[in-house]
Design a protein. Structure first.
Length: 244
């Protein structure tokens, strides 16, 4: 290799010994001039690297701040959602049907029911026909409303309290909360909140460490497997549940 045109690598920095005969002739007169040029090039490189590092630091700080705001927003979202629920549950002027209507509206507004429904159907979502998927999602929504509205009478003035959050991936936040009752121990309920298309939506509820979506998927899978893998068996099962 020509020594005058060689490139030597030290760490991650490339030290240019001689770029061309033109630079050689310009700086051949004195070693002092060459040293000045080398220091100048080095300073320019360091300034450029520092600028890049500063830019990356700013980007990282901005991303961290955005994530913090998203997580804080998720907690406020759960606080507001819970207050709405407690308001209509504790309203003695509302009968069961009116409370049921309020609950259905709350589900549509605060929960990503399509995502929860697809997850609960698991691998059988892929084999279901478009018609079966559409019917299933409607039956799934109705089932959730019926199951939880049947428990309205169990509300005896329990209190709800959020106690922090932690991120889970780039779009999800786990908001930790507790149901407080004078008649028994507090119950931990965590909410998986997803920020999507500028909105917060609940995609799972974890009660005392148990995911409701995972539990529901296990139940649905068992029904379908008993029916020989036919999604239609689950649809019939959900329809029968509505008539009970």
């Amino acid at each position: 290799m020509n020594k005058n045109n060689g490139i030597r690598k030290t760490g991650s920095t490339l030290l240019i010994l001689s770029a061309s005969t033109l630079f050689s002739s310009l700086f051949a007169s004195t070693g002092h001039t060459s040293n000045i040029a080398a220091r100048t090039l080095g300073s320019a490189y360091e300034s450029s690297t520092a600028g890049l590092a500063t830019t990356e630091t700013i980007k990282t700080a901005a991303a961290t701040q955005d994530l913090k705001k998203m997580n804080e927003g998720a907690q406020k979202f759960i606080d507001n959602m819970a207050q709405k629920a407690l308001d209509f549950l504790g309203d003695s002027d509302l009968d069961r049907e009116k409370k049921k209507s309020q609950f259905r509206h709350l589900l549509q507004d605060s929960f990503d029911m399509d995502t929860i429904g697809r997850f609960s159907l698991g691998r059988y979502w892929r084999v279901a026909t478009p018609e079966q998927r559409q019917e299933y999602l409607k039956l799934f929504n109705d089932m959730v409303v019926d199951v939880y509205s049947s428990r309205f009478d169990t509300y005896k003035g329990q209190k709800f309290e959020t106690r922090g959050f932690h991120p889970d991936g780039e779009k999800d936040t786990i908001v930790m909360s507790f149901i407080l009752s004078d008649e028994g121990p507090e119950v931990q309920v965590d909410w998986r909140v997803r920020y999507k298309n500028g909105k917060y939506k609940i995609v799972d509820i974890i009660v005392e460490g148990v995911s409701m979506s995972v539990t529901q998927r296990s139940d649905f899978s068992a029904v379908i497997q008993r029916g020989g893998g036919d999604v239609g068996v689950l649809l019939d099962h959900l329809k029968k549940q509505q008539n009970l």
